[in-house]
Design a protein around this ligand. Sequence first.
Ligand SMILES: Nc1nc2c(ncn2[C@@H]2O[C@H](COP(=O)(O)OP(=O)(O)OP(=O)(O)O)[C@@H](O)[C@H]2O)c(=O)[nH]1
Length: 316
Amino acid sequence: MNTEGESTGGEAGAQATAGGQRCGLVAIVGKPNVGKSTLLNALVGQKISITSRKAQTTRHRITGVRTEGNTQYVFVDTPGFQTRHSSALNRSLNRAVTGVVGDVDLVLFVVEAGSFTLGDAKVLALLKPDIPALLIANKLDLVHRRGELAPWLRDMQQRHPFAEFMPISAKQPKDIQRLLEVCAKYLPEQPWFYEADELTDKSERFMAGEMIREKLFRFTGDELPYTSTVVVEKFEEEPSPKFKRMVRIAATVVVERDSHKAMVIGDGGEKLKRIGTEARQELEQLFDAKVFLQIFVKVRSGWADDEARVRSFGYE
Ligand SMILES: Nc1nc2c(ncn2[C@@H]2O[C@H](COP(=O)(O)OP(=O)(O)OP(=O)(O)O)[C@@H](O)[C@H]2O)c(=O)[nH]1
């Protein structure tokens, strides 16, 4: 990470930089499943955060970096704010959200266009009045009568003094470009925090776990409860005469019940094999390396309710 910048004495803040560099933190918040991870990946221009149709896929605060022209955007993704259950896992997720919203230059408050539920209200209540927030009305492509958004928008403006309103589809590149331009206005003039080509501050080991988790959710559909997780047991780079880079990874999928284990493994191990193959192929691309990946499945019932175990699986 580069915190020095090129043209300053390392003193961050309002001081102007020789190249007029801008840099700042942008938090992406919203209830589960509104499209935060899809948005983050599109804003960064690469897959950093995993996405799935299953709510509550994102469990960590993820930083994605995009540098364009003289502006560096540092995005933080947050887990969907959990309101329904109060397990140790959910308490840990909520702490991650509350920690992030007070400490950024701009907040993107993401909702589904035309909708506002109790879940959205609970996240909105966390926003600080002194930090500018944009109302991101996502999934615009699913709204058939755009005119009906006007009364909804008036209602939203009563709820919070949003700096701007952006109706978008996170899957529409033109909308993403427009959003980037709007965000830039809110970032202070200061030296960049990262090198121009850095995409994330997450380790490759972390990315490996996320990629496996994404495939796990994708291939088990809605059958597998969200209380399953992936622990990366081994991540080792080995010298190889044949490949430029070679990485050996061993990971364990932790599930709550024997029946879940059977779901992950599939008939004759077919599902687990597919999860492994797809994860390995994407990791090879991401790391630009040959990857050997082994995945095990273990049953640990009640892990999401046990504070110590939640911590041991890497949640703060
Ligand atoms: N039609 C449509 N679907 C979208 C759009 N943006 C996201 N989605 C879909 O909405 C679902 C949830 O997206 P995610 O990006 O995983 O949502 P999230 O808010 O990060 O969810 P959590 O990780 O549960 O907090 C996925 O199926 C996405 O493909 C959009 O603009 N239009």
